[in-house]
Every structure is written in C-alpha cells, then in structure tokens.
Design a protein around this ligand. Structure first.
Ligand SMILES: [Zn+2]
Length: 67
C-alpha cells in the first residue's frame, strides 16, 4: 500500500510538470519561402499556423517543429 501511494504521487508530479512546462525553449520558426528564409521567434498562440512577419506567408508550425 505504501509503495503504491508513492508511485501515484510520483506520476502525478510527472503529469503536473508536463502540463505546466515552463516556456524556456523559444519556438523558432523559419519561413518556407526560399526567397525569404526569415527566422523568428514565434510568440503567437496558434498551434498550427504562423504568418511570416517579413513576407506574410503561412507557416505550418507543426511541420516545422517535427524534425
Ligand atoms: Zn517569409
């Protein structure tokens, strides 16, 4: 019983840490426009698309982060 309780506590902590992960790593996006190639730190809220601040091209964030 004692062991189980500790295990539960540990996993709960892990979940909490995963959920409230501090944003230490900035999301760096690179424009997919070859004539632009602009790189910038994305601070927007959309998890899917960002717009390049230089050429206004739509950037697929998910695709960018999947490397
Ligand atoms: Zn661009």
């Amino acid at each position: 019983m004692k062991t189980k309780k500790t295990e539960y506590k540990a996993s709960a902590k892990a979940i909490r840490e995963k959920t409230y992960k501090p944003k230490t790593e900035p999301t760096i996006l690179k424009c997919t426009n070859k004539e632009c190639n602009y790189e910038w730190e994305y601070k927007g809220k959309s998890p899917f698309y960002a717009t390049c601040p230089r050429c206004y091209r739509k950037i697929n964030i998910k695709k960018q982060l999947k490397k």
